[in-house]
Ligand binder design. Structure first.
Ligand SMILES: Cc1ncc(COP(=O)(O)O)c(C=O)c1O
Length: 377
């Protein structure tokens, strides 16, 4: 180690317009830097209560069991699966991109039986196929799908999918990592039973926290399990002693205190703006970007009715396909602008341009269009 002289890390700021994380505001960054207090300090317990209340607002739910898991979106996904699916139980899972596939893997690792309903990447989940699968598998206990597929930029019809599940006596487990705060999402009205999100997308807090919410029906299923949840850390029966204990909260794990300050600030900002206003802003910025990209001759992968405003997946023009990685690198190094590459089957074919949370701004839209134009010309 001799000669090793580490220094403080001071990253060059970037404009984050990829699939997440999104730009974090000064307000949230300042909140993160406030003094750390103990995780059972009454001040922090008060903050936890407010976070739960603000999350209920963001999810449009009255669900008591609503809180952030102390880990990223994938841990929210795993929390839903390991608590709701017991070994041997069957779950129908819709796959139209990377994250539906991850959901299937979680079901199988939890000992469940996954029945996959597959759609092409770039298309929404087909309701008819889901209905057929539900009818062919009356023993399925849950239906899972991704509301906003970040790998493709597609929105699926969560309301209609939940209605199908309810008509077939199935719980719903919904991935809202990219949808929360960016597009309409109504947990109670749509009858969603379990939902997970991420702090780093349309909430624009740093990554590392996963807001989740569970309906009474889901809670009852968890409480009546025949087997222990195989994960100690994610077992909701244990976690809730910390998040939900009335007055007497017991130690479960040491919460990421400062990360919670950041999430709280981002939720306060969402509340100040108003949820519907935030949805409208995402849509307005998406329309501006769409018009600008059309002027540059860049087309979308997804049909207009299923496009996510917060994740614009666009086809790389033929003449730039060979240099696509170089172009993204040039944007990152010369323009300090991050956009996302395609994943899986779409690698090298699309770019993913995020307009999420604090980053869904006119400034970012203009900067992205001007930088792309400069680099492509
Ligand atoms: C739709 C979706 N689900 C799940 C995840 C996993 O979240 P995380 O990377 O925070 O673990 C992501 C992350 O990009 C996502 O976009």
């Amino acid at each position: 180690m001799s000669g090793f002289k580490p220094k403080s890390f001071r990253p060059q700021p970037k404009t984050l317009m990829g699939p997440g994380p999104s730009d974090v505001s000064e307000r949230v960054l300042n909140a993160l830097a406030r003094p750390t207090v103990g995780h059972l300090d009454p001040q922090f317990v008060g903050l936890m209560d407010e976070i739960k209340q603000l999350l209920r607002y963001a999810f449009c739910t009255e669900n008591q069991m609503t809180f952030p898991v102390s880990a990223p979106g994938s841990a929210g996904m795993e929390t839903c699966i390991v608590n709701l699916i017991e070994p041997g139980e069957k779950m129908i899972v819709c796959i139209n991109g990377v994250f539906g596939g991850r959901l299937k893997e979680n079901i199988e690792r939890a000992g469940g039986v996954a029945v996959a309903v597959e759609d092409d990447w770039g298309k929404p989940v087909t309701l008819e196929k889901v209905e057929e699968a539900l009818q062919a598998n009356p023993d399925a206990v849950a239906l899972g799908f991704v509301h906003a597929e970040t790998s493709t930029g597609v929105r699926s019809d969560a309301d209609a999918l939940c209605a199908l599940a309810a008509a077939n006596n199935c719980l719903t487990i919904v991935d809202a990592v990219t949808s929360l705060g960016g597009i309409p999402l109504k947990v109670d009205e749509w009858g969603i039973d379990a939902i997970y999100s991420g702090s780093q997308k349309c909430l624009s807090a740093p990554p590392g926290l996963s807001p989740v919410s569970f309906s009474e029906k889901a809670v009852a299923k968890i409480q009546n399990r025949k087997t222990n949840v195989q994960s100690w850390f994610l077992d909701l029966n244990l976690v809730l002693g910390y998040w939900d204990g009335d007055g007497a909260r017991s130690y479960h794990h040491t919460a990421p205190i400062n990360a919670m300050y950041g999430l709280h600030e981002s939720l306060v900002m969402l509340h100040e703006e108003g949820l519907e206003a935030a949805w409208a802003r995402h849509l307005e910025m998406h329309k501006l970007l769409e018009q600008g990209l059309a002027r540059l001759g860049i087309d979308y992968l997804v049909d207009s009715e299923s496009r996510l405003p917060q994740l614009n997946s666009v086809k790389i023009p033929e003449s730039f396909v060979a240099r696509e990685a170089e172009i993204r690198k040039q944007l990152l190094t010369e323009y300090d602008l991050e956009i996302g590459a395609g994943l899986g089957a779409l690698a090298g074919k699309i770019w993913r341009i995020g307009l999420m949370g604090y980053g869904a701004s006119r400034k970012n839209v203009d900067y992205c269009l001007n930088s792309l134009e400069a680099v492509l010309s």
